[in-house]
Design a protein around this ligand. Sequence first.
Ligand code: AMP
Length: 393
Amino acid sequence: MRTIDQFNFCNQKVIIRVDFNVPIDKNTVTDTSRIEAAKQTIDKICSDGGSCILVSHLGRPNGFQDELSMKKIIDSVEKVLDKKVLLSNDVIGEDSILKASSLKPREVLLLENVRFHKEETEGDLNFAKQLSQLGDCYVNDAFGTAHRAHASTTIISKFFTNKFFGKLLEKEVLAIKKVMSSGQKPVLAILGGAKISSKIPILKNIIKIVDDIIIGGGMSFTFSKALGGNIGKSICEDSMIDICRDILKSAEKNNVKIHLPLDAICSLDFDNNSSSEVFDIMNIGDDYQGMDAGPNTLKSFEKVILKSKTILWNGPVGVFEFPNFSNGTKALGKYISESTDKGAFSLVGGGDSVAAVKAFGIQNNMSYVSTGGGAMLESLEGKTLPGINALLS
Ligand code: AMP
């Protein structure tokens, strides 16, 4: 892995693929964490005396769309980077060529939204080549799009011998490696969320790696049903029942202990204010649906979490968006915080668990909170991401 710390960028024009796909509400950027995440890379290159040409997408435009122009975020970028940032009104056109060619050391240029060109998502070779000609070397620091073989994330690498992992990408890769191949034992994976079908490839991969797996949230009810339980109206994917049985068998064969919920807080309706009751996980009332982890479940999960030395967390163990059913996910975050405090390495990855730790204000208690949703899931499935592969070849 060639990282930016291994190179001096003095007088180099560096194309940096960043992920500035930030949320915007009424013309205001509501969360700048993605911009903050790229700051270290930009600072290092500028302090070497290099200049930065930032390439990012914003949203999913269909051709040019003014509301997804980088104009919308330039003030936030300048504020976070604490410096003047030039903006070009195209990606590979006259304005970019002119501004890139006249960039001075330590200056930063942000190109217009790269997805205004359909060639970006098509991974077009010629588009990637034209983009590459704006700079002398390439840095990928966009973990969130590293699972896409797009022109600016993957294909562009072909045109550089000097290509590097940015600081954020490096941190993400090391965190995943720590869990997937060099984690201190016992290694625990906590999987939650609504649907088991979306987590099957991850389960199949981590069963070869971890010592314990906690399965919680909506996806656990398909397992309860596979074991003969009455799950009432809880969320369930009947087509996955046989696969759940196979996973339980495979875990036994691999000496992996799967921890399923023992009880659940259940409600009559999928509503924050619906009246609730605790049921044994194998015997939920016919009119009820499981909404959150029950008290016995939390006690059993707590024990496993506190004895683990490496912890991966993906997915909430209840409908945490409803305050009345967020207790289980909150408690889990607390146990992981405690375990991390005692020296365990904890990685939180995947959209909803990241949203949960942020909502509960405990992101700083975790060893690492990933910035990539889909990219993290594909890494946990054991895939090598195209954006990362391209930097290595
Ligand atoms: P996923 O995207 O598969 O990680 O699922 C995250 C979603 O799972 C969140 O929106 C949670 O509200 C939802 N979820 C967690 N537990 C349950 C449950 N018991 N019933 C329904 N949805 C759930």
